[in-house]
Design a protein around this ligand. Structure first.
Ligand SMILES: Cc1ncc(COP(=O)(O)O)c(C=O)c1O
Length: 405
C-alpha cells in the first residue's frame, strides 16, 4: 500500500536525530561533547515545578479549552504588554503543544494547497518541512554570501501571485543574528502593502546579549486591528529551558486564532492541562532565572567566539542572541555533513551541518552547555582540523594522536 508522497518527502529533524545519536554514544560510555544541543542546560524554574506539582496532586487533570486555559492566556496577554507594549485580547491568543505546533497550526490556517511561504537563509530546519506538510511550497531566499540579515528587496523578488506569507526568525537560529530595526520596519511595511502574512518566530527574543533590544514589529504596524496580518509565535522552551514541557503559543487577529483553534480542536483537542499550569508558573513566577540564563549564555558566547577564532581560516559570526553560533569552515570542507561526521568520528564532538539551515560549508555550534564543554569541544575541533594545533589531545582519559592530514 502506498504512503503519502508529501509525508514521504518530509526530512527528519537533523537536530533531534543528532540528540538521539549523542545519547546513544554517551550511554556507551564515549566522552562525547554535544555542541548540537538546542536547549539551555538548567533545571526547570521552581515556580513551574511547584505549580505543576500542585495541579498533579489535585488529581483533577482534564481536557482544557482547545486554545488554552484562561490563566495561561491571561499570562500571555500580560507577557505581550510587558515585552511588546501591545495590548491584546485573550481571543487573540492560542496556546499549543510547543511553538512548533503553534506555527504548524498557523500554516494550516493560512495556506491553501500550493501557496508559497518565503523563508530566508539561514532558516530553522523545520520551516520548509512544515510548510510542505501544510500543503504549501517553501520559497528559499538567499542573501549574498556572508550576510546574516535578509534584504527586503531580495524577498520582493521572490514574491509571486501564490505568495501568502513570509517567516522571519530573529534572534535567528542558527546565526544568532538580531535583525535591525530597519529590516523589521521595512518587512512589516512590505507585508502590509502586499497583503502578505508576516510570521515572526520570536522564540529567542529575550535571549539577547550586550543589552540589545530586538525591534518590536508592532511598533511599525499601521494595521493594529482585526485586519492585522502579523502573527507572533513564542513559547517557554528556550526562555525557561522548559523544552520537555511542550508549551508555545501564537498571537494574531481574532479571526486567525479562531480558525487555528478549530484546526487544533480537531487534531490534538488541547495542549496538556498539566503542562499549561507549569507554563503559568514559569510566566508569573520569579524572572531572575531569565537574567541568570542570559548572563551565562553571554559568557559562553564570548568563549565560543574566542575559541573558534583560534582555528586558522575559520570565519565566525558573533551571535547577538540565542545560544547558537555559526562559523564558516569552507577552508576545511565544502561538505558540512561530511565535516560534521568527521568531527564526531575523530573528536567525539557533535555539531550540526550548516547545510540543514541552507548554509553549506558552515557548522552550527551550540553554546547552551557548560563553559568547559564549549572550550573542550572547540579545542577538539581545532585539534582535528588545524595543522597548527598540538598533535595530541586527551579525549576523556585517552591520549589521541592526530594521524591524518
Ligand atoms: C526558531 C525556532 N522556532 C521554534 C522552535 C520550537 O520551539 P518549541 O520547543 O516550543 O516547539 C525552535 C526550537 O528549536 C526554534 O529554534
Amino acid at each position: 500500500m502506498g504512503l503519502s508522497e508529501i509525508a514521504k518527502g518530509i526530512a527528519p529533524s537533523p537536530t533531534l536525530k543528532l540528540n538521539e545519536r549523542a545519547l546513544l554514544l554517551k550511554q556507551r560510555g564515549d566522552p562525547v561533547i554535544h555542541l548540537g544541543i538546542g536547549e539551555p542546560k538548567g533545571k526547570t524554574p521552581i515556580d513551574a515545578v511547584l505549580a505543576a506539582s500542585a495541579s498533579l496532586g489535585s488529581g483533577n487533570i482534564k481536557y482544557t479549552p482547545a486554545d488554552g486555559i484562561p490563566e495561561l492566556k491571561q499570562a500571555i496577554v500580560r507577557y505581550m504588554e510587558d515585552n511588546y507594549q501591545k495590548a491584546v485580547d485573550a481571543k487573540q491568543v492560542m496556546v499549543s503543544s510547543g511553538a512548533k505546533a503553534a506555527l504548524y497550526a498557523i500554516l494550516r490556517t493560512i495556506l491553501n494547497p500550493q501557496e508559497e511561504v518565503i523563508i530566508t537563509v539561514p532558516y530553522w530546519v523545520s520551516y520548509p518541512e512544515m510548510v510542505k506538510l501544510a500543503f504549501g511550497v517553501p520559497i528559499i531566499v538567499r542573501p549574498e554570501d556572508g550576510r546574516f540579515e535578509p534584504k527586503v528587496s531580495d524577498i520582493e523578488q521572490a514574491v509571486s501571485k501564490y505568495t501568502k506569507a513570509v517567516i522571519v526568525n530573529s534572534p535567528n537560529n542558527p546565526s544568532g543574528a538580531v535583525y535591525s530595526e530597519g529590516f523589521i520596519s521595512d518587512i512589516v511595511d512590505f507585508c502590509e502593502r502586499r497583503g502578505l502574512y508576516l510570521i515572526m518566530d520570536d522564540i529567542y527574543h529575550k535571549i539577547v546579549f550586550d543589552d540589545i533590544v530586538p525591534p518590536n514589529p508592532y511598533k511599525f504596524a499601521r494595521e493594529q486591528g482585526e485586519n492585522s496580518r502579523l502573527i507572533v509565535i513564542n513559547g517557554i522552551s528556550k526562555l525557561y529551558g522548559m523544552t520537555g514541557f511542550r508549551i508555545g503559543w501564537a498571537v494574531a487577529s481574532k479571526k486567525i486564532i479562531e480558525v487555528a483553534t478549530n484546526c487544533q480542536m480537531q487534531t490534538i483537542s488541547c495542549p496538556s492541562a498539566l503542562l499549561q499550569v507549569a507554563a503559568v508558573g514559569a510566566l508569573l513566577g520569579m524572572q531572575s532565572y531569565v537574567d541568570a540564563l542570559r548572563r551565562n549564555l553571554q559568557n559562553n558566547r564570548d568563549v565560543v567566539v574566542r575559541e573558534l577564532e583560534t582555528i586558522s581560516d575559520v570565519k565566525v559570526f558573533r551571535p547577538q542572541g540565542t545560544f547558537y553560533c555559526v562559523a564558516d569552515f569552507r577552508a576545511y570542507s565544502f561538505d558540512s555533513t561530511a565535516l560534521s561526521e568527521f568531527l564526531l568520528d575523530k573528536a567525539l564532538v557533535v555539531t550540526v551541518p550548516g547545510k540543514e539551515f541552507g548554509l553549506e560549508g558552515y557548522l552550527r555550534l551550540s553554546f547552551a552547555g557548560s563553559t568547559k564543554e564549549v572550550i573542550d569541544g572547540v579545542q577538539r575541533i581545532r585539534w582535528a582540523l588545524d595543522p597548527s594545533a598540538p598533535r595530541d589531545i586527551y579525549i576523556g582519559d585517552r591520549r589521541v594522536l592526530r594521524d591524518w592530514k
